[in-house]
Design a protein around this ligand. Sequence first.
Ligand code: NI
Length: 258
Amino acid sequence: MMLFDSHAHLDVEEFNDDREEMMKAAQEAGVSYVVNPGVDLETSLGAIEMAKKYPWVYAMVGYYPQETRFMTYELLEKIEELAKEPKVVAIGEIGLDYYWEDTPHDVQQKWFREQIRLAEKLDMPIAIHDREAHGDVVQILKEEKAFDRIRVLMHCYSGSAEMAKELLKLGCYFSISGVVTYKNNKKAQGVIDAIPLDHMCIETDSPYLTPVPFRGKRNDPSKVVYTARKIAEMKGISFEEVASATCDTAKRFYGIDQ
Ligand code: NI
C-alpha cells in the first residue's frame, strides 16, 4: 500500500526536535511520497534540502500570497533558478489569500500572475493556495491560460461542489486535506462526490490542518491515513483504492515516474 502526501511543510521548526522519527513514522504508515512546498525563498531552499535528504521527498518552490509583499523581480529570478534543481516538481504554493489582511490584493495578484507565467515558461505544474478568493483565483488562472498550458492543483480545496465541477471541465486537479474529517464541514460530501479519483490527491498540509481524531495537535504525513479513510467512507469504496488511486494521480500531476 502506498500513500502520497501531496503537500506537507516538513522543513518548518515544528519538526526540529523529532524530524527523523516523524519521517520514519510516516514511512511505517505507508507514506511513500511527500511533496514539500515553499512559501518564500527560505522555505523553498528548505524544501530542496528535504528532497536532497530523503529519496521519497520532492520539492516545490514559490511565494505564497502573504509573503508576496516582500517579493521582488530579483527574488523571482532566484525562484526560477531553484525551480531547475533536481526533484523540484512544481511551482507552489502560489495563489491568493483574502482572509489575512496584511498583503494588499493587487500585490498578491501581481505575483500570482508572475509565478503562473514562470511555471508556463518552465512547463511546470502549479499548486494553488486559495483562501476566500475563489472568484479572483479562477479568473486569473483563466486569463493566464494556465489550464491550457500546465497542470493546476487546488491545494486544500475549500470551494463548493459546483466550482469543482466547473474546474474539472478545465482539467483541474484537487487536493483534499484533513478538513474533510471535521464534523462541521457541510460541503465535504458534495465535493468528494464531485471529484473523481483520477483528479484527486490527498494531503496533510503538515504541521497544520490535523485530521480528526488528532485535531488540535501537530499534523505530520503519517496522518494522511485518516483523510484517505474518511474519503473511502464517503465514496463507499475501500481505503486501499483511495490510497492507490490518489497516489497514481499525484504522481501523474507532479510528473514523478518512479
Ligand atoms: Ni501549505
